[in-house]
Ligand binder design. Structure first.
Ligand code: SF4
Ligand code: SF4
Length: 169
């Protein structure tokens, strides 16, 4: 004979609880069937970053092709993660890389330490460094997360690149 709890037979209450939970679960499922997807089939489908998204850094060039970075190391000083390393060198008349006295001979960012705060971008006096929408940074080897200048500097100036101070005078 079934045990009576608080006036209700236990098997009946259990059955009711199961049916109730099942119905609530089904309703939740049906509710989401008609909502737009919040996931994508990456990597076949790419996520489009928001305009102010902070992804991989890029070093820019002026319209005449000169590098905008003048090797001042202000970005290095501003970085809270200590992940930027800049080694400046002097420009010469024979080998001019930037409009300033100096350019960045070495420019490294350790992307394993970067927290994508954007302080380096804010600190740069020449807007040489920007953060792009590139979020595909996965790699196999830790050393490949050290981005050297050759991977950070753009090959060509962008279409609306500013005139260099040398051109502007
Ligand atoms: S985004 Fe922040 S943490 Fe990353 S390199 Fe720039 S200053 Fe450093
Ligand atoms: S990126 Fe900007 S702040 Fe950093 S060294 Fe170059 S000019 Fe200076």
């Amino acid at each position: 004979m079934a045990k009576v709890v608080g006036g209700t037979k236990l098997p009946l209450r259990k059955t009711w609880n199961t049916v109730f939970s099942f119905t609530v679960g089904l309703l939740t499922t049906f509710k989401h069937i008609f909502r737009p997807n919040v996931t994508i089939s990456y990597p076949e489908e790419k996520w489009v970053p928001y305009p102010r998204f902070r992804g991989l850094h890029q070093l820019r060039r002026y319209a005449d092709g000169l590098e905008m970075c003048i090797g001042c190391s202000l970005c290095e000083a501003a970085c809270p993660s200590d992940c930027i390393y800049v080694e400046p060198a002097e420009n010469t008349d024979e080998d001019r890389r930037s409009p300033g006295e100096r350019y960045a001979k070495v420019y490294d960012i350790n992307m394993l330490r970067c927290i994508f705060c954007g302080y380096c971008v804010e600190a740069c006096p020449t807007t040489a460094i920007v953060m792009t929408g590139n979020y595909e940074l996965a790699d196999y080897d830790r050393k490949d997360f050290i981005y050297h200048k050759d991977r950070l500097l753009v090959d060509k100036p962008e279409d609306n690149a500013p005139l260099s101070p040398l051109e502007a005078v």
